[in-house]
Design a protein around this ligand. Sequence first.
Ligand SMILES: C[S@@+](CC[C@H](N)C(=O)[O-])C[C@H]1O[C@@H](n2cnc3c(N)ncnc32)[C@H](O)[C@@H]1O
Length: 285
Amino acid sequence: MTPAQAFNEEQRTRWNGIDGEYWTSHQDRLDRTLAPVMGPLLAFAAPRAGSTVIDVGCGCGATTIELARAVGPSGRVVGIDVSGPMLALAKERLRPFANTACLLGDAGQLPLRDLGAELIVSRFGVMFFGDPVTAFANLRTGLAAGGRLRFACWRPIGENPWLQIPLHAVYEHAPRLPKPDPEEPGPFSFSDTARVTRILTAAGFTAPAFTPLDIHMDIAAGGTLEDAAIQSSAMGPAKRALADQPEEIRVAAMESIRRALAPYASAEGVKLPGAVWLVAAGRSA
Ligand SMILES: C[S@@+](CC[C@H](N)C(=O)[O-])C[C@H]1O[C@@H](n2cnc3c(N)ncnc32)[C@H](O)[C@@H]1O
């Protein structure tokens, strides 16, 4: 197995297992936390009425629903996801939208040639390919001539206190995670604009433009400081740093997370800054 195949296999397992379970059972909360990205991404992607749009890594369908509304009954939105459980929930939520379809599988490998889409959109669903150049070259085959690519990905973790603060609280008790290989798929694997430019141009897209989006995310999703601490320890790098740690370390880490998040708690939730790239490219001729 090549390193890229091994990365793909690991991602497939995660999104059909531990991560997929978390996202499906917390869909409402995660949609609320990520809501500040929705409006800006839709405005940036500007889906046109009547057009065909592909939503890559559509997860539980939040963006697919909004895209379906935007393209209207004469348009079509195809959501693609490698996670069986997440796509099953997306299908249920998309039942009222006759202009949608869901494809289960690796978006980097599924045959997409027949779609002839005008636009590919993704909210945080394109950073998990083991071989991103091959995967984006495959996505390109789903676009008609003149087609557009618009997606959101995270800027570096140092600019994302909503994940970094809980992680540093965990590091008061648990060992640091190994520094990820720059080619390893993961939430921050598209934070480096030079790497993304290299991948997209090698895959047959025009040189991308990067627009920074700064948001405040309620990691309590309308709940309490305790909800925020639980959510922070159950996702992202903090969760990975706590995996396999004994109960006493987990308890101590939770106490540190609560303390670190307390200054951000208000009547409007527990809001922390997040930093996103909105990336735009086109299909090269
Ligand atoms: C961070 S979640 C984002 C989900 C959704 N876009 C949202 O914003 O709510 C990443 C999504 O990408 C999907 N994904 C990861 N690798 C994929 C692949 N190779 N092909 C298709 N989907 C993939 C995961 O299953 C997951 O649903």
